[in-house]
Design a protein around this ligand. Structure first.
Ligand code: C5P
Length: 239
């Protein structure tokens, strides 16, 4: 499943992020191809912006998949990422047992990363995330005082960097586990306390989540500089 309903505000003004082109091909189309590159993937559910279902459908028609093996369906998304994934889950046929959730904003994830997530789920892990160690030291800060938004933030702690991981997608799940997590935390999402990734909800259920190695090319295209990097990676692949 590819949640692609985000507006991409941090990328600057323009079309919804997933619909923007990277070296001539929309980010979403690249993300779909990154999933269908895996032999394990037989269906892709794209979660479109709530008012952009038709636009996404025609975009995918304009850039057909090379092989015909994988079915692609489009459903409308919601106001938060979590809500969008919930809506996508409801569109899955009953016989689907393993679900990958992949951000449209990570269009360049290599197929080996996808396959290693699938392999770990099939080996019996109910929740699997690809992740990388961090280059930066991370600080925790105190919530800002709403009354004084210009005051400098105060550091409250420094987690041990060696024990931190930057988590990517696709995240892989046993379908029943992911369904249970979304059913349990649906209200939290509506109240604005939604999860920023699916594994986070599974953790809150008390189900173990395991890590497989991520890949530096699976980075999330979020800010304008990421577009430059993504186009450089595409040019290097073509060379
Ligand atoms: O906002 P963030 O970068 O965490 O978004 C990650 C992914 O979730 C993107 O692919 C984005 O399109 C998707 N998303 C969504 N529905 C929303 C918000 C984000 O499908 N309401």
């Amino acid at each position: 499943m590819i949640p692609a309903a985000g507006r991409g505000v941090r990328l600057g003004p323009g079309a919804p992020k997933a619909l923007r082109a990277l070296s001539g091909t929309p980010m979403l189309v690249r993300a779909v191809r990154a999933m269908t590159a895996s032999r394990a993937v037989s269906l892709v559910v794209v979660v479109a912006p709530p008012d952009g279902e038709a636009e996404v459908r025609s975009l995918l028609d304009d850039f057909p998949l090379a092989g015909d093996r994988t079915e692609v369906v489009v459903v409308p998304g919601g106001a938060t990422r979590q809500e969008s994934v919930s809506l996508g889950l409801k569109a899955l046929p009953d016989d689907v047992g393993t679900v990958l959730v992949h951000d449209a904003a990570r269009p360049l994830v290599p197929v080996d990363t996808v396959d290693s997530v699938v392999a770990a789920v099939r080996a019996g892990h109910p929740a699997v995330v690809p992740a990388l160690p961090l280059a930066d030291t991370v600080k925790q800060v105190a919530p800002r005082d709403a009354a004084d938004a210009t005051a400098p933030e105060t550091v409250t702690g420094t987690p041990e960097r060696a024990l931190l991981r930057a988590v990517q997608t696709p995240q892989g799940f046993d379908r029943r586990t992911l369904d249970a997590a979304h059913a349990t935390f649906e209200t939290a999402a509506r109240e604005g306390d939604g999860a920023t990734d699916d594994a986070g909800m599974v953790e809150r259920l008390g189900v173990p989540v395991v890590v497989v190695p991520g890949h530096e090319e699976a980075f999330k295209v979020t800010r304008p500089l990421d577009l430059v990097l993504a186009e450089a990676v595409i040019a290097r692949r073509r060379a």
